[in-house]
Design a protein around this ligand. Structure first.
Ligand code: BMA
Length: 813
């Protein structure tokens, strides 16, 4: 007998004043449907964002019919819904069966009474988020403002909906609506499975007890057989079910567990857990591991370290924002490619930032498989929020549902209360004037989240907010570096020099970033030739941080000679971004174990925009991502100049559990690209430590020379770095005589050999089609040759390449 009627697929779409016959494909969003129907232009192109603002001011009704397979309607039926964005009224045959107001909850209304034999009609009215937000706003007992600089569309903080939908300093403001998850009718035989949660207890003898808890919901009392299966090891449990919810436990004992490890620390072993009842089967992948957040006191304050399977892990990663501003443009494959890029650049953690979504189940499955630890924020960001009883009740349900849904994932490392809500208390007049009220209001929300988390999973790791100096500590974690996690924004948002990264010693930096322009290839897809100018209105629409373009250009004046044209400006902005972030990461990694985490703001983009991302919208690597793969290598050698500028300390950084031998040749390079040897050094870096290999005195580096080093490690990697004592703009670089030859070596693959006659810094090849280079943004000295490959995304593409380096990008007479 049919148990499930999947209602995804084509629905009709209508709104007041719109023509008949529009359709939408579910799961999907309204804007994408309207674009596909030719009602609106591509919102990402040119200045179209402004032209599509009306969409968020309307109510959109989606309808379809379906046939009940039996007459009369037999048994009990419910509607299974998640990711409903957001305030919606759902009707079956004209009867209201559900009203939803939280995109982050699941809804399972009983609809038996509304169904009829034969053809039925279901409709979902997605109410205007602006109008619905305003209703909640008007009902607040006191002013609850949002950050207008980020969110040009108002009232987002009133709704449980991704906060970046209302605009952000990297996002297009569309306030989209849609249904992005399951929409299905299901029949309950005896009962349905509400949740499957898992607790793991690692015993002294090395075994693991896996306590599987199944929550069943029975509409009427009855009997059921529940089947548990762990990697083929299975058993059936007969049980009597009273009406309502019953929790059933089964404990598997895994005698010789194969443990799950974060990327770089060991294999990602996974077990498959299946729980079945009648025709319903829930499948979860389980990684066995212990995880702790170590916050012991020390001289500087309190540590902030993740310990996995007993080993302290230095977290290297980036912040994750939604995969796209519009859901219909996302796909599992595209998201997987972005996460794979994170791991390819030696990252082991992502932070799912609190202004987006709790991601789909499969997202975390990918993270489990890739060994990417997930720092999971609860979805609150940069605003003040209501603390009325109905709002808090809604939040408590959201937290309970999400923690029960996701808590079993080995990748989930931490649950964090919110993004920057403590800071937000200082951003508004009302909360500055009456901090008592707003702090208490904040604490009510924060306490609600913590309590609901603990109720759903007593063992989950909890951190109250990001950034936070610690539990019930409402200090300034943007500048205080002794305890907790830090968001260090002084270089970007306060216009401090790159050196300023070396004035703080974070315990764990969960946000720091520097913007660059998105690559020329993408710009050519949203801008016409006439708009190709750094200050054109189209480019300004594609820059959401007020003053962002000035900051990029102003920083260039500080460090570089100005680029000769727009395309080179884009290139140099990316090199500059990589340099800024490398300065921070090299220093903070060299401080380990004082600092134990560096999470870059941000990994990805939601649309083509100038931003802090290291990946372009669509997933191509910007210069910084190639650099990140190098500066995040498990073993590396970094240059830390002294504040006085009289010496450069060369520090070995080892994230591995073994002694690693590092050997390096130090030399200076003149502006013609010739090497002048200084000396060599070799030493062992102890497991999981940073140690000094050598100190080079500034007096050893002649004027107009750069310090260079080549290193090799017993871990099998090698690398090169350089240090410029002054700034790049002081160097009278000569044309490097750089040439390349590209040769097709198979479907969409190109072998490119590069030759340099002189000194070529930050050599970067660009293609006019999407794809990835085996390496990029590296240095070549006189008479050096390097071979790299390019793999095009579309194997039939015939790319054209452009080659740039620091000298060639600069303005000429
Ligand atoms: C942060 C984040 C985001 C923002 C970013 C860049 O602090 O939490 O809100 O996009 O800065 O300004």
């Amino acid at each position: 007998m049919t148990q499930t009627l999947d209602l995804s697929g084509s629905w009709s779409l209508s709104a007041d004043g719109q023509r008949d016959g529009l359709t939408i494909s579910l799961p999907g969003d309204v804007h994408s449907a309207l674009q596909a129907e030719g009602v609106i232009p591509d919102p990402y192109f040119g200045k179209n964002e402004a032209l599509v603002q009306w969409v968020a001011h309307k109510d959109w009704t989606l309808t379809r019919s379906f046939d009940m397979p039996m007459a009369p309607v037999d048994g009990d039926w419910y509607l299974d819904l998640d990711y409903v964005d957001t305030v919606a009224t759902i009707r079956i045959n004209g009867v209201i069966v559900a009203r939803t107001d939280n995109c982050f909850r699941r809804y399972r209304p009983d609809v038996t009474g509304a169904l009829k034999p034969g053809t039925n009609e279901i409709s979902v009215t997605l109410h205007s988020p602006v109008a619905e937000g305003k209703k909640v706003y008007d009902a607040q007992p006191f002013e609850v403002p949002w950050l207008k600089m980020n969110c040009p569309i108002p009232y987002g903080n009133m709704l449980r909906k991704p906060q970046c939908h209302f605009g952000w300093d990297w996002n297009i403001a569309l306030a989209p609506s849609g249904l992005y998850g399951t929409i299905a009718l299901r029949r309950i035989e005896t009962a349905r499975i509400e949740h499957v949660t898992v607790k793991q207890a690692h015993k002294k003898d090395g075994s693991v007890e896996l306590d599987v808890a199944v929550t069943l919901h029975a509409r009427d009392a009855g009997q059921a057989v529940v089947r548990f299966d762990l990697d083929g090891w299975s058993l059936n449990r007969d049980c009597d079910l009273p009406q309502g919810e019953t929790v059933l436990h089964h404990v598997f004992v895994v005698e010789k567990p194969r443990l799950w490890h974060p990327a770089g620390a060991g294999p990602q072993n996974l077990y498959t857990l299946k729980v079945s009842l009648d025709e319903e089967t829930i499948v979860k992948t389980i990684g066995l591991r212990t995880i702790e957040l170590v916050t012991d006191k020390d001289e500087a304050g309190n540590r902030f370290v993740f310990r996995v399977n007993g080993a302290e892990i230095f977290c290297k990663g980036a912040n994750w924002i939604p995969a796209d501003a519009l859901f219909s443009r996302t796909s599992r494959e595209k998201t997987e490619a972005l996460l794979q890029s994170a791991v390819d650049a030696n990252m082991n953690m992502i932070r799912i930032w609190g202004g987006g979504f709790y991601e789909h189940d499969w997202f975390y499955d990918i993270c489990d498989r890739l060994g990417l630890m997930v720092w999971q924020d609860f979805m609150f960001a940069c605003n003040l929020y209501p603390s009325t009883p109905d709002f808090l009740d809604n939040v408590a349900h959201e937290v309970e549902y999400q923690v029960k849904r996701l808590g079993h994932h080995a990748s989930i490392a931490l649950w964090c209360g919110d993004n920057e809500l403590v800071g937000a208390l200082t951003w508004f007049d009302c909360s500055k004037k009456d901090r008592d009220r707003y702090l208490v209001s904040y604490d009510r929300l924060n306490r609600t989240i913590e309590t609901a988390l603990r109720k759903a999973d007593a063992d989950a790791l909890w951190w109250p907010s990001s950034p936070s100096c610690g539990y019930l500590n409402f200090g300034d974690a943007w500048h205080a570096d002794g305890s907790g996690d830090m968001h260090f924004w002084s270089v970007w948002h306060e216009n401090k020099s790159f050196d300023h990264y070396r004035t703080v010693k974070p315990r764990f930096c969960s946000e720091f970033g520097f913007q660059s322009y998105t690559s020329n290839l993408l710009i050519s897809q949203f801008a016409e030739k006439k708009d190709i100018n750094i200050a054109s209105p189209v480019m300004e629409v594609h820059q959401k941080n007020p003053g962002g373009n000035e900051r990029i250009a102003g920083t260039m004046f500080r460090y570089f000679r100005f680029p000769q044209d727009f395309a080179n400006f884009v290139y140099l902005s990316q090199i500059q971004q990589g340099l800024a972030i490398k300065t921070a990461i090299d220093y903070w990694r060299s401080l380990k174990p004082h600092c134990m985490g560096t999470i870059i703001w941000q990994l990805n983009d939601t649309w083509p925009v100038a931003s802090w991302a290291s990946l372009d919208y669509g997933g191509n690597w910007k210069a910084m991502h190639y650099q990140a793969r190098r500066f995040f290598e498990p073993v590396t050698l970094v240059a830390i100049p002294s504040p006085e500028g009289d010496r450069v300390e060369m520090r070995m950084v080892n994230d591995l559990a073994d002694n690693i031998e590092v050997s390096a040749d130090f030399y200076t390079v003149d502006l013609a690209g010739a090497r002048h040897p200084l000396r060599s050094a070799k030493a062992t870096c102890r497991p999981d430590k940073a140690m000094t290999l050598e100190t080079i005195s500034a007096s050893e580096i002649p004027g107009d020379h750069l310090l260079f080093w080549d290193f090799r490690t017993s871990a099998g990697n090698e690398g090169r770095g350089h240090h410029v004592a002054t700034s790049y703009k002081t160097l009278d670089l000569a044309p490097a005589g750089l040439v390349y030859e590209a040769q097709a070596v198979g479907e969409g693959r190109w072998r490119i050999s590069l030759n340099s006659a002189g000194l070529a810094l930050f050599v970067m090849l660009e293609a006019d089609v999407a794809g990835r280079f085996s390496d990029n943004a590296f240095d070549l000295l006189a008479a050096e040759c390097r071979v790299i490959t390019f793999t095009a995304e579309d194997p039939s593409a015939t790319p054209r390449f452009v080659l740039r380096d620091l000298q060639s990008c600069q303005a000429v007479e």
